[in-house]
Design a protein around this ligand. Structure first.
Ligand SMILES: [Zn+2]
Length: 378
């Protein structure tokens, strides 16, 4: 009895050791594009929408850009980085045609509750509306920033002006550049000065800054300072969808794919980041599934809780599109980020457990790859 007990303890220890040998990462970039549907990620342009002149000004040009009868070709036209690179080197979750489901766990299915869920791992029933109110919940960015290894190496850039409140910059001192806020710069820093000047000259300043400006600020900061944890929150996909401009929604999704591609190329050709940086890309909520409601999202609009998640980099095995039945939630992202860094996210509130990341192991004697699930959960 005793020896059997000890041998099972020993095998348990070796299992834990094996789990801990999973290559983990040193830097994490979290990129979100607001209210972008899983339907377009996995199926490309929707035929019912791209042919509809209520939503597309020039259906002929839009179709030249983004239409092909074959789903695989079509989605690649819209999101080339997702389907040429992430599909080969990373993982994509949320294709419901395979029963692979990604959802928000919060009740409201709008932005503030969604971003709160992503960054705190907690669905707070008190967070109901998109009002700029300071978030009482500890988030994963400040949790990391409070550690020596990441202190002053965490940064956030966002298009939507509410992020300083969602991340509670005032409480934790995180650097969050948001909306049309200018970057603080030295006189010699001509790039930021130029971006600030362009921002100042934007005539109609809405609550969401042009994503290219957010991206340019983030990219310049990354090149200058090499932060380890970066959040880039893009917002225009949701803006165009609310305006019911499906053509511009597609064009902007394509631009977001390009920004991510540009950043990945930079990271993989820079000695500080190369092969040590993981991208986690997602959205804060879904939208309506039907032609009459695709432009909206709310707790009353079916489809609004359906999301997707894409990841690439160390700790993420190259399994591509996930085709097995599965359910993941947005509230699992914060603790997954911690786990990829070899940590556990603990907080004053409940936190969703990390996603069990599948891994390709080549442990069988024939040398064939076996797909096994190894939980990074500690
Ligand atoms: Zn919205």
């Amino acid at each position: 009895m005793k020896s059997a007990f000890f041998s099972s303890v020993l095998s348990l220890i070796s299992l834990v050791a094996a789990a801990q040998q999973i290559p983990q990462t040193e830097n994490i970039f979290i990129i979100t594009t607001d209210g972008f549907r899983w339907q377009e990620v996995f199926n490309g342009a929707d035929s019912a929408l791209i042919n509809n002149t209520d939503f597309v000004e020039d259906t002929s040009i839009s179709k030249q850009l983004y239409w092909n009868e074959e789903t695989e070709a079509r989605r690649k036209m819209l999101m080339p980085f997702f389907w040429n690179v992430i599909a080969k080197k990373g993982q994509l979750y949320g294709n419901r045609l395979y029963g692979n489901r990604s959802n928000v766990a919060n009740f409201y299915k709008i932005s503030y509750p969604g971003y709160n869920e992503i960054f705190t791992g907690y669905t707070d029933p008190r967070i109901i509306i998109n009002y700029p109110k300071k978030n009482p919940n500890t988030n994963i960015l400040e949790y990391l920033n409070n550690q020596e290894a990441y202190h002053d190496k965490v940064v956030a850039f966002s298009s939507w002006y509410v992020f300083p409140f969602i991340l509670n910059k005032e409480r934790n001192g995180l650097p969050v550049n948001s909306g049309y806020e200018n970057m603080q710069t030295e006189n010699s820093d001509t790039t930021f000065q130029l971006i600030n000047k362009v921002q100042d000259n934007v005539v109609e300043k809405n609550h969401t800054r042009y994503d290219w400006l957010t991206f340019l600020n983030a990219k310049e900061y990354i090149e200058q300072h090499h932060p380890k944890i970066v959040f880039i929150g893009l917002g225009e996909t949701d803006e165009y969808a609310h305006e019911a401009h499906y053509d511009k929604y597609l064009q902007h999704a394509n631009a977001v794919d390009k920004m991510i591609s540009d950043l990945w190329y930079y990271v993989q050709t820079n000695s500080f980041y190369k092969n040590k940086t993981t991208f986690i890309i997602t959205t804060d909520h879904g939208r309506g599934k039907q032609t009459f409601n695709w432009s909206n999202h709310s707790l009353f609009t079916t489809g609004s809780g359906q999301t997707w998640l894409a990841m690439i980099g160390p700790g993420i095995e190259p399994l591509g599109e996930m085709k097995e039945e599965q359910q993941i939630y947005q509230k699992q992202i914060a603790s997954t980020i911690a786990n990829l860094l070899g940590q556990e996210f603990v907080s004053e509130h409940k936190v969703g457990k990390p996603i069990s990341l599948p891994t390709v192991s080549s442990t069988n004697s024939t040398g064939n790859n076996l797909l096994t699930k190894v939980s990074l959960e500690k």
